[in-house]
Design a protein around this ligand. Structure first.
Ligand code: PLP
Length: 455
């Protein structure tokens, strides 16, 4: 839109009228309004106060191809002129929607040959929720309704998304989860397995899934859902072998395996999908974010042919949204995937920038506040501890050093997220070596500045 606004006035209007996502409204009011982000290019965002900030979060884990891609703007404008909207309810579909489904199936591969479209990651998981229960009814096993998930998982903010997720603070608002969702321990070695052999810890976490299956009764369990790497939980990278154990357990009891790839998809971990990085084969794959690099809202749920064959026996699957397969969003997603392919961003993440980030992060290990650094592809985390050599948190179990360091990072020109005592990062896949160094240097400087604040 034209930049004919006053920042101070926008902040006032923000407080007066706008309710932001996942926020404390009183805090925003006390701050005098949210930071107004006005424009962006490449890996940088700009705010109304004149700050240029390196975007270590790719927006919200999504702007994989970076900002300022005119090509995507042109594609959107062209599709809007040609056909701005049509639905998929009336036995109708639009060309970009079909071509995008084919393109996704090409990258998911194997039996994941079918794609259901939605507008957000949460909706992609709502689709999983309903489709899986419908599938088991059609298959003649109607008792299979229970989903098993992990504590501290994030699967979205709708009723099904929050229920499948394992965020206790979210459960507390809205009397969730809905019945039929069971949570088990997460494979968070630094937080919950510190001092133990990581591989054994991973096995123990997988065994907790089997124990819960047996407690609930395998005949009642519909699916296990997990993010290949937990993102919003704090970039929790599972120990080697964890996913193989989980897959074997699901297969043993005939339980569907759902890989929530909303963050991990589209190159983030160095393969097209996180399940490819970790070498397992899910039955359903919700995805969003990097699908369009956030240029327009769109998500997808990839589904295996075996499931679709069963769904075909059930008449209408009475599920779907006005914006399922939106042609403009689909056209932009298709062009976005084209950029990822053309520029080799998946390979670059795997072979170049991912390993470069991993090496750069090790520079922080010497810092007295740092307990661990970890990364996979371009997903990284720094654990802040109150006592070097331990996993001791700042304020009791939850701690709060993360937000302190995050605020200092933003002041120093880097957008990262502080989750409990963990700093997480997820930069655009186009990030350069120099920008990775800048990111790590700013985190180091901010940790130095945090010391007197925290002590
Ligand atoms: N699933 C995962 C793994 C996510 O990280 C998110 C969002 O961060 C979601 C689902 C929900 O996506 P959305 O915010 O687009 O509804």
């Amino acid at each position: 839109m034209p930049r004919n606004y006053e920042i101070a006035e926008l902040k006032r209007l923000d407080v007066a009228h706008h309710l932001p996502a996942q926020q404390d409204y009183k805090l925003i009011e006390d701050m005098g309004g949210s930071r107004i982000v006005t424009h962006a290019e490449g890996c940088y965002i700009h705010d109304g106060d004149g700050n240029r900030i390196l975007d270590g979060m790719a927006g919200l884990w999504c702007v994989n191809v970076g900002y300022g891609r005119d090509e995507l703007v042109e594609v959107a404008a062209e599709q809007m002129r040609e056909l701005p909207f049509y639905n998929t309810f009336f036995k109708t579909v639009t060309p970009p929607t079909v071509l995008l489904a084919q393109k996704i199936a090409q990258h998911t591969g194997g039996k994941l040959q079918h794609v259901f479209f939605n507008a957000s990651g949460s909706e992609a998981n709502d689709t999983v929720f309903r489709m899986v229960r419908h599938y088991w009814k059609l298959k003649g096993e109607p008792k299979r309704t229970v989903f098993i998930s992990r504590w501290n998982a994030y699967h979205g903010s709708t009723v099904a998304g929050v229920s499948l997720g394992g965020m206790k603070a979210m459960h507390a608002q809205g009397d969730l989860p809905v019945p039929g969702v069971e949570h088990v321990r997460q494979p968070y070695w630094f937080g919950e397995g510190f001092g133990q052999d990581p591989v054994q810890f991973g096995k123990d976490c997988a065994a907790a899934i089997e124990e819960r299956i047996l407690a609930v009764g395998p005949e009642n369990v519909a699916a296990f859902i997990g993010e290949p790497v937990q993102g919003a939980g704090g970039v929790i990278i599972p120990p080697p072998g964890y996913w193989q154990e989980v897959e074997a357990i699901c297969r043993k009891y005939g339980i569907l395996l759902v890989a929530d790839e909303v963050i991990c998809g589209f190159g983030r971990t160095g393969q097209w999908f996180g399940h490819q990085t970790y070498g397992f084969t899910p039955d359903l794959v919700p995805m969003a974010k990097g699908l369009s690099s956030g240029y327009l809202p769109i998500s997808a749920t990839a589904v295996s042919s075996d499931i679709v064959e069963v769904l075909k026996t059930g008449g209408d699957f009475v599920h779907g949204f006005t914006y399922s397969g939106h042609p403009v969003a689909a056209a932009v997603a298709l062009a976005n995937i084209g950029i990822i392919e053309r520029e080799g961003l998946v390979e670059r993440t795997r072979e170049d920038t991912g390993p470069y980030l991993a090496r750069a992060l090790t520079r922080l290990l010497a810092h007295e506040l740092v307990g661990e650094v970890r990364s996979i592809g371009l997903l990284g985390a720094v654990e802040i501890v109150s006592k070097k050599g331990t996993n001791q948190r700042w304020l009791g179990a939850e701690g709060n050093a993360g937000p302190v360091v995050r605020d200092l990072c933003i002041k120093n020109g880097l957008m990262v997220r502080g989750i409990r005592d963990t700093i997480v990062m997820c930069p655009p896949l186009i990030i350069s070596h120099q920008q990775i160094d800048d990111m790590v240097d700013i985190i180091g400087k901010s940790l130095d500045e945090a010391l007197p604040v925290l002590r």
